[in-house]
Design a protein around this ligand. Structure first.
Ligand SMILES: C[S@@+](CC[C@H](N)C(=O)[O-])C[C@H]1O[C@@H](n2cnc3c(N)ncnc32)[C@H](O)[C@@H]1O
Length: 243
């Protein structure tokens, strides 16, 4: 079982569904496996997703057994849609991957109709105290020699860009989520979690084995306090056009 099948984020999914319940034309930017888009579509009838990776585009198509998700290949920085095509745009856990947040936000605002009464751009990123990001930043990032993954900074940069485009009415929500490791023995849990997280974050990285080894003692300490879950708390930023 990989990262996605172990992740329990019902609160986050429910929040996105309720935030978009009054919308009719919703875009999911960086749709991944399509889990969120299917949840939105289940509530309002359909959802459009854009996703750069061909394998994930196929996965969204394959998972959409009822034909309610319309998926396009494309990136946040260059959305393949006309101006004001949607009345809500959301983008979950994608900001760390975009090359230019200001540019991506400009695109999200461009395709979002500011005159619709339910117009909104919703951005989801790691919340403060996120246990997974703490492990990533404190244990893996120094080994990989990469910059700190600071989701608060990414969200505040995005908020500044949203405000520049007139989306000045902000609300913040926090959601709880966790990745579950139900293996019975602590040693097995530690080894499994180290392998799952290394594979998810670093895949074929040349230092993947070193990263996995560095994670094991940190995970042993973590599971001593919280035996079966690692928190993946989110901050959800909702931006609406100002009056
Ligand atoms: C952590 S996953 C999140 C997937 C999904 N939004 C979710 O919450 O389940 C990050 C996603 O961002 C996508 N992505 C990476 N670079 C992107 C870009 N420049 N524009 C849009 N999506 C991108 C990846 O392909 C992947 O699907």
């Amino acid at each position: 079982m990989g990262f996605a099948t172990r992740l329990e984020r019902g609160e986050e999914i429910d929040l996105v569904r309720s935030l978009t319940a009054g919308n009719r034309s919703v875009l999911d930017v960086g749709g991944g496996s399509g889990e969120l888009a299917r949840a939105v579509a289940a509530r309002i009838g359909h959802c459009t997703a854009v996703e750069p990776h061909a394998q994930l585009v196929e996965s969204i198509q394959a998972g959409d057994t009822t034909g309610v998700v319309n998926v396009f290949a494309g990136t946040a920085e260059e959305l393949p849609f006309r101006d004001a095509s949607f009345d809500a745009v959301y983008c979950a856990w994608v900001l760390p991957y975009v090359s230019d947040i200001g540019h991506a936000v400009t695109e999200m605002v461009r395709v979002c109709d500011p005159d619709h009464p339910e117009s909104k751009v919703v951005l989801i990123a790691g919340g403060s105290g996120n246990e997974l990001l703490t492990l990533l930043n404190e244990v893996c990032v120094p080994v990989a020699g990469e910059p700190y993954d600071h989701h608060g900074y990414l969200l505040s940069t995005a908020a500044e860009a949203l405000a520049e485009h007139g989306f000045t009415d902000f609300a913040l929500h926090r959601t709880e989520a966790s990745i579950r490791f139900d293996e019975v023995g602590r040693a097995e849990r530690v080894a499994t979690a180290a392998a799952v997280l290394t594979d998810f974050w670093y895949g074929p990285h040349p230092k993947a084995e070193e990263i996995r080894s560095a994670l094991e003692p940190a995970l042993a300490r973590h599971f001593a306090g919280r035996p079966h879950g690692i928190g993946d708390q989110a901050t959800v930023l909702v931006a609406r056009p100002g009056a």
